[in-house]
Design a protein around this ligand. Structure first.
Ligand SMILES: [Zn+2]
Length: 342
C-alpha cells in the first residue's frame, strides 16, 4: 500500500510502499477514503507528543472496514467508519465514566504512538472504529473526528454554553474554531469571533458569528469583548490559540461566573491568576480535552442531520500531505484541510 511516512520526528513525509497490515485479535483494518489535516498534526510531527518514528501519521479518518481480527464484534466488513483518536484502556474509572481522554492507562494517539491513516489502509483496535451514520460523507466524518467533536465536548461539558450567553471564540477562523462557531450557535449563544485577519473573520461571520474582533486591529482583545457586552464581559471564552497572551485575554474577558476554556495550546502558555478575584466572581478557568467516543457519535449524528457542516478550505491527494502542512504552517488555510485517496 502507499503510505506517507515520517522517517524521523521533525522530518518531511516520504511516500513508501508498505505491506497492508494484518489485523491481530481485537483489531480491524480500514480502507481509508478521506482524512482531515489540522495544526495539531504539525505540532505532533515535531515529536513533542512522544511516540516512535518512522511513523505513518493521520487520525481524522473515514473509510470502509475490509477485514476484522478474531474476537471483534463492534464492527463488520463493509461498514463505513470514522476513527477515534485516543488509544485508551477501556476499563479504568475515566474510560468507564465516559471521559476516556483522561484514561489512567493511556497508550497514546493514533498516528503518533501507532500508525495512522495517511496510507491506503489503517489497522487499529476495533473499538477505535465508530460507524458513520447514513448520509454523512467520509470526509465529513473525518472532520467530525477532531475539528467538530472537540467543540461538542467543549461547549457542552466545559464551557457549559447557554442560549443567553455571550461566547468569545479566540482563533474562530481556524480549522477547529470555525466549527466552534457553529456548535456555539447550536447552543443558541451570541458568538463573538476573534481572529487575526479579516479573511478569517469573514469566514466566521459566514458560519454564524454575530460579532467579530480583529485582534491585530484592536490591540486589547479583552477590552473589545467587554465593549461588545456593555462592559459585563462574556459568560464563556474559548481559546483555540492557547498562547500566554491569548489565554490571558480569555480570562480577562470573563463576566462574573464566566468560564475560560483552553482547548489548543502553543507552548509556553502561562497565565497569571488573581485568586481573590476568583472568589469574588466565581469564575472558572479550565481546559477541554478532545471528546469521548459517545460525543463523537453524537457529533456525527448532528452532522448527518445538517446541524453542523464541515468547513473544508483545501483538498489535496494524501500523497501531497506535505503541501497542506506548508499551508498550515504559513496560516494560509481557511477552515479544515482534507485529503482524498482515489
Ligand atoms: Zn482507561
Amino acid at each position: 500500500m502507499r503510505a506517507m511516512v515520517v522517517p524521523k520526528w521533525g522530518e518531511a513525509f516520504r511516500l513508501e510502499d508498505r505491506p497492508v497490515p494484518k489485523p491481530a485479535p481485537g483489531e480491524a483494518l480500514m480502507h481509508v477514503r478521506a482524512a482531515g489535516v489540522g495544526l495539531t498534526l504539525v505540532t505532533m510531527r515535531t515529536g513533542i507528543f512522544g511516540g516512535e518514528a518512522p511513523r505513518i501519521m493521520g487520525h481524522e479518518l473515514g473509510g470502509d472496514i475490509v477485514e476484522v481480527g478474531e474476537d471483534v464484534s463492534n464492527v463488520k466488513v463493509g461498514q463505513r467508519c470514522a476513527v477515534y483518536f485516543y488509544l485508551n484502556c477501556g476499563w479504568c474509572r475515566w474510560c468507564k465514566g465516559g471521559r476516556e481522554t483522561l484514561c489512567e492507562n493511556w497508550k497514546g494517539y493514533v498516528g503518533v504512538h501507532r500508525d495512522g491513516g495517511y496510507a491506503d489502509y489503517v489497522c487499529l483496535p476495533a473499538d477505535n472504529f465508530l460507524p458513520i451514520p447514513d448520509g454523512l460523507a467520509y470526509e465529513a466524518a473525518a472532520v467530525a473526528a477532531d475539528a467538530v467533536n472537540t467543540n461538542w465536548h467543549c461547549m457542552r461539558e466545559r464551557a457549559k454554553v447557554n442560549p443567553h450567553d455571550d461566547v468569545l471564540l479566540i482563533g474562530a477562523g481556524g480549522g477547529v474554531g470555525i466549527h466552534g462557531v457553529q456548535v456555539a450557535k447550536l447552543f443558541g449563544a451570541r458568538v463573538i469571533a476573534a481572529d487575526v485577519s479579516e479573511e478569517k473573520l469573514a469566514l466566521a461571520k459566514q458560519w454564524g458569528a454575530d460579532e467579530t474582533i480583529n485582534v491585530r486591529a484592536v490591540g486589547d482583545l479583552a477590552a473589545a469583548a467587554k465593549k461588545l457586552t456593555d462592559g459585563r464581559g462574556v459568560q464563556a471564552a474559548v481559546d483555540y490559540v492557547g498562547s500566554s497572551a491569548s489565554f490571558t485575554s480569555a480570562v480577562q474577558s470573563l463576566a462574573v461566573s464566566g468560564r475560560a476554556v483552553i482547548i489548543g495550546a502553543t507552548p509556553p502558555a502561562e497565565v497569571k491568576i488573581d485568586a481573590i478575584n476568583l472568589i469574588l466572581t466565581e469564575k472558572i478557568i479550565t481546559g477541554s480535552r478532545h471528546s469521548s467516543r459517545a460525543e463523537l457519535i453524537e457529533t456525527m449524528e448532528l452532522m448527518s442531520r445538517g446541524a453542523i457542516k464541515p468547513v473544508v478550505g483545501t483538498r489535496r491527494h494524501f500523497t501531497e500531505v506535505e503541501s497542506l502542512f506548508d499551508d498550515l504552517k504559513a496560516q494560509r488555510l481557511l477552515g479544515r484541510g482534507a485529503l482524498t485517496y482515489d
